[in-house]
Design a protein around this ligand. Structure first.
Ligand code: NAD
Length: 453
């Protein structure tokens, strides 16, 4: 596949102004919804082949997200794209000021493998809603899903508008040499740096959706039953291969035993067995091997069993964990949940602050001072109080990281803005010229200028 040729076609297509037309954009979104829905079975199968994932999980964590995004943009496109009138300062009266949402042009979206469908298609949906063309490079690690997305999109849309580029590191390295108007990347901080560097060569703006170690803090004022149930759900969803999954727990040492008992009984209740519908497999042997070496038998409180052939790792709780343990040296991205304790709440916040800014943070507490300190004192991409993961399902909340966990954000209106340039235009009347603006200057004119500015 000649990527340069495709980008050249997309540049020409964008220059034709067709993508700027709102009716065109809506027709494409409707068509996309239609072809994705028509091919839904292919997607269930592909994701199942890649992960051994249930239809229920695939619908709730993948398919519904993309359909929801398409509906959101279909419903809100007119408002989002409409130029916004803003007030005009005294020095520019008589005149009017507007902000135009200009499509950036030719965009590149690079996806991650853990939710291979929605992390690729949702940014692409935002890109085309904002009037851009798009080359999408999904992750080659979820190979079946990548192939199905390429088939659905490339058979139904012209490459000059949207195109799915299949391939791995070699292909993406080639693609990154080309000049785009925007690069949207989801993946690890390590590869994020490579993408950022490549983008810098062309001064291309980037959004980097990265990861990190996201804490769940459980305080003395938490409803432990609710906390345990929600943490177990969010941690073991997709077998822990979720960028916003709670990576580790920080719990008040006085309630640690109660909490881990409750975590254990929830895991048993949810029935995450090797062949169960409710539990996803680890994506590949490399990640499987990386994960099992985190399991320190002496610190396992629950679980710890695995089966390499099935790429199954039992939901595992480790306790008495410290920051020196292997499991605390990198983002886990799998079904292993280390539990660390703290003596007082400020110490917990301090611990989070001493490490890289996480993509998400969670607090379980009913105490308003604790909630205030959590939201104000520590930096993280986004999060929840008394829940995990669910903040990213709200279209009205921008989703993205900060510091090591990312640059920029998307979802809903933010997604549209991410793929648009805010173009400011001041329109002046042809009358009402202030004489003191023009030379020759004088002290009197300066006095006037001081009054006006
Ligand atoms: P990754 O960084 O290995 O790969 C992401 C993408 O980058 C893939 O499409 C891959 O083909 C491409 N890539 C790999 N090597 C490259 C290179 N040398 N040059 C250019 N591109 C390259 O990440 P991953 O393993 O797919 O995903 C796991 C990471 O992604 C975790 O850190 C996780 O937290 C993060 N993540 C973040 C979000 C988010 O929304 N913020 C969502 C999912 C995953």
């Amino acid at each position: 596949m000649n990527f340069q040729e495709i980008l050249a076609q997309q540049k020409e297509f964008f220059a034709s102004q067709k993508t700027k037309n709102l009716k065109f954009r809506k027709r494409q979104l409707e068509k996309l919804k239609e072809v994705l829905t028509k091919n839904e079975e292919l997607l269930y199968d592909a994701i199942d082949k890649d992960f051994g994932k249930s239809r229920f999980d695939t619908f709730t964590t993948e398919i519904s997200f993309v359909l929801n995004d398409i509906d959101y943009y279909l419903k809100n496109l007119n408002t989002l794209a409409k130029p916004k009138r803003v007030s005009t300062n005294l020095a520019n009266l008589p005149g009017s000021s507007k902000i135009y949402q200009e499509p950036l042009g030719n965009t590149l979206v690079i996806g991650a493998w853990n939710y291979p469908y929605q992390l690729s298609l949702s940014p692409m949906v935002a890109a085309i809603s904002a009037g851009n063309t798009c080359i999408l490079k999904p992750s080659e690690i979820a190979e079946n899903t990548m192939k199905v997305m390429a088939k659905i999109i490339n058979e139904n849309f012209p490459a000059e508008y949207i195109f799915v580029a299949e391939g791995g590191v070699e292909e993406i390295t080639e693609i990154l040499k080309m000049k785009f108007d925007k690069i949207f990347f989801t993946g690890s901080p390590k590869v994020g740096r490579i993408v950022y560097e490549a983008a810098a060569k062309n001064l291309t703006p980037v959004t980097l959706e990265l990861g990190g170690k996201s804490p769940a803090i459980v305080t003395l004022n938490a409803n432990i039953e609710v906390a345990a149930k929600r943490i177990v759900w969010g941690k073991f969803l997709n077998a822990g291969q979720t960028c916003v999954a709670p990576d580790y727990i920080l719990v008040d040492e006085r309630i640690k035993d109660t909490l881990i008992d409750s975590l254990k009984s929830n895991i048993n209740k949810f029935g995450y067995k090797p062949d169960s519908q409710e539990y996803t497999r680890i994506i590949n042997d490399r990640n499987f091997d990386r994960l099992v070496q985190f399991i320190d038998r002496e610190k396992v409180f629950f679980g710890g069993n695995f089966d390499r052939e099935k790429r199954y790792i039992e939901p595992t709780i480790m306790h008495n964990v410290t920051w020196n343990d292997a499991v605390m040296q990198e983002e886990i991205f799998g079904p292993i949940l280390p539990v660390l304790t703290y003596k007082n709440f400020n110490e917990a916040l301090q611990t989070v602050s001493e490490h890289e800014k996480p993509l998400a943070a969670y607090l379980f507490s009913t105490n308003s001072d604790e909630k205030k300190s959590f939201t104000e004192k520590i930096s993280f991409g986004g999060g929840c109080i008394n829940d995990v993961v669910m903040h990213l399902s709200n279209d009205h909340l921008p989703f993205g990281g900060v510091g090591n966990s990312g640059i920029g954000s998307y979802h809903g209106k933010t997604g549209f803005d991410t793929f648009s340039h805010q173009k400011s235009v001041l329109e002046k009347a042809n009358w009402g010229e202030p004489y003191f603006k023009y030379p020759p200057y004088s002290e009197k004119k300066l006095r006037w200028i001081k009054k006006v500015i």
